[in-house]
Write a protein that binds this ligand. Structure first.
Ligand SMILES: NC(=O)c1ccc[n+]([C@@H]2O[C@H](COP(=O)([O-])OP(=O)(O)OC[C@H]3O[C@@H](n4cnc5c(N)ncnc54)[C@H](O)[C@@H]3O)[C@@H](O)[C@H]2O)c1
Length: 287
């Protein structure tokens, strides 16, 4: 099927980035969140990013204005009825995702594809919450979406070849590199990444090193562009905790047990960049 109109559900860190990438690639996008203020905040984040790209000379003002005009912010689920593809980027919680997919299935036109950007939750379980499980798939973008080339494509047990092929080709159309991962908790990316981040938090918790030194070791010693604690702040500490909890509960293996310090920081509302404080403090100019 040809995909022209794209719905993005959840206008947070990932949702606004996904909407941005599709709009730049020429697609019309409906960006939906639970309130119109949150949806507009997502659209404003796209505008702010476009402003930075224009200032750097990466994009021109006309191109970004045209792309922004293609993004409609709404809280009205009914506005998703006509989309050819809906990509869900809402909170990483299995109960929310299942309810949302049942709702999307009842709203979005027949034949449309429903994709989830989940980091760790079973796509097979999400697909089973719909009447079109063959048209449900995982499309796992990386953060920040406009800058990162990878998209993990996750086939649910029920996903049809046609859905897989359409989404794989679409990922290439928007300039991303699709990599196929099986539907196991955390897929490839977070199965490898989150235990590393968690271990870095344990190192801080146990006083093995300061946050700066832990990150410095991984940057200078392992050539990582960002240290694991700075990366956790970028991802969102709540999102990291949610993913670890899914890994822990799915595999029932204590190696995925979230560090108590991570749990405390989320309880305190120290969520990283998006709340202004995580392992580092953030002002308008960054850490
Ligand atoms: N943050 C990352 O680095 C990252 C990377 C890859 C994938 N993901 C995944 O992307 C998804 C979103 O993560 P995020 O970091 O953008 O979270 P976020 O907290 O920044 O944004 C989530 C948004 O979803 C909205 N939302 C919640 N329920 C909704 C509903 N029923 N309908 C519409 N909107 C709803 C919230 O209001 C919020 O604005 C999660 O599944 C997460 O695991 C995150």
């Amino acid at each position: 099927m040809s995909i022209e109109l794209v719905g993005v559900v959840g206008a947070g860190t990932m949702g606004h980035g996904i909407a941005q990438v599709f709009a730049v690639a020429g697609f019309d996008v409906v960006l939906r969140d639970v309130t119109v203020e949150l949806a507009r905040k997502g659209r404003d984040s796209i505008a702010a990013d476009f402003g930075r790209l224009v200032a750097k000379g990466v994009m021109d003002a006309e191109g970004t204005a045209a792309a922004l005009a293609r993004v409609r912010a709404t809280a009205d689920l009914a506005e998703l009825a006509a989309v050819d593809l809906a990509i869900e980027a809402a909170t990483e919680n299995p109960v929310i995702k299942r309810a949302l997919f049942t709702e999307l299935d009842a709203t979005v036109k027949a034949g449309a594809i429903l994709a989830t950007n989940t980091s760790s939750i079973s796509v097979t379980m999400i697909a089973a919450a719909t009447s079109r499980p063959d048209a449900v798939i995982g499309m796992h973008f990386m953060n920040p979406v406009p800058a990162m080339n990878l998209v993990e494509i996750i086939r649910a047990l029920q996903t049809s070849d046609a859905t897989y092929e359409a989404v794989r080709a679409l990922a290439e159309t928007i300039g991303k590199v699709p990599v196929s991962a099986a539907d196991f908790p955390g897929f490839i990316s977070n199965r490898v990444l989150l235990p590393m981040i968690n271990e870095a938090v344990y190192c801080l918790f146990e006083g093995v090193g300061t946050a700066e030194d832990i990150d410095k070791v991984m940057k200078l010693g392992m050539n990582h562009p960002l240290g694991p604690l700075a990366l956790a702040d970028l991802i969102g500490l709540d999102v990291c905790l949610d993913i670890l909890n899914v890994l822990f509960e799915s595999f029932r293996d204590s190696k995925y047990r979230a560090c108590p310090l991570l749990v405390k920081m989320v309880e305190a509302g120290y969520l990283g960049r998006k709340s202004g404080r995580g392992f580092y403090a953030y002002g308008h100019r960054g850490p």
